[in-house]
Write a new protein. Structure first.
Length: 205
């Protein structure tokens, strides 16, 4: 059943991040896609915007126009999230992009980190909050508890996430106080369900 007044999303990113294709995957009821070009970002009207997603390609990174746009969104405390794609066959990991995001945009939390197979390609995610592995290496997603070694590797990320949410629940996302960054590997649909869940959290009424 479609909401009578679905939340209005704005998705923005460089053409290399394929924001229009992402819109098809996310199946948002009401959304506008803005692709970075000469003046497109400067002309965005946020008056009716309920939530915002900045799409970043790991291979092309964050442009000056993206930084300016993000500052406008952040100043308005619009519920917002960052999606990182282009992680296939990339020398830059999701963790590396998050470090850049923290430096040039704002400090974000990472509810999920990317797991890789033996040849270094993304194969799944680990949920930082509960330690569950979302394994996409087979034909269907499988969830199971991470082993102690993997849990130890993500300890710092878990502490950062818990600290960010220590004084508030998920409403911190809805108020634009805490900003999540999530990975998306489109070829295997790794992260799609997780992104859709966070989209609902950001616009929960």
């Amino acid at each position: 059943m479609i909401e009578p007044n679905p939340p209005r999303w704005i998705l923005a990113g460089h053409s290399s991040s394929q924001p229009r294709e992402l819109l098809d995957d996310l199946e948002l009821a009401q959304a506008e896609v803005i692709v970075e070009e000469s003046s497109a970002f400067a002309e965005i009207d946020f008056n009716a915007c309920d939530a915002f997603m900045l799409v970043i390609n790991a291979k092309t990174g964050v442009s000056g126009a993206m930084i300016e746009l993000w500052n406008r969104v952040s100043d308005r405390q619009i519920p917002r999230m960052i999606l990182v794609n282009g992680l296939e066959l990339s020398e830059i990991d999701f963790d590396d992009i998050v470090l850049i995001i923290n430096r040039v945009l704002e400090n974000v939390v990472t509810p999920y980190l990317v797991l890789h197979d033996e040849v270094g390609e993304p194969s799944g995610l680990i949920s930082i909050a509960d330690g569950l592995v979302h394994d996409y290496s087979g034909t269907e997603e499988i969830n199971y508890k991470a082993d102690d070694e993997l849990l130890n590797l993500v300890t710092d990320f878990r502490e950062e996430l818990m600290l960010a949410l220590s004084e508030m629940d998920e409403s911190a996302y809805q108020q634009g106080i805490v900003v999540p960054a999530l990975p998306y590997i489109r070829a295997k649909k790794i992260g799609l369900r997780e992104i859709q869940n966070f989209a609902r959290v950001l616009t929960k009424r």
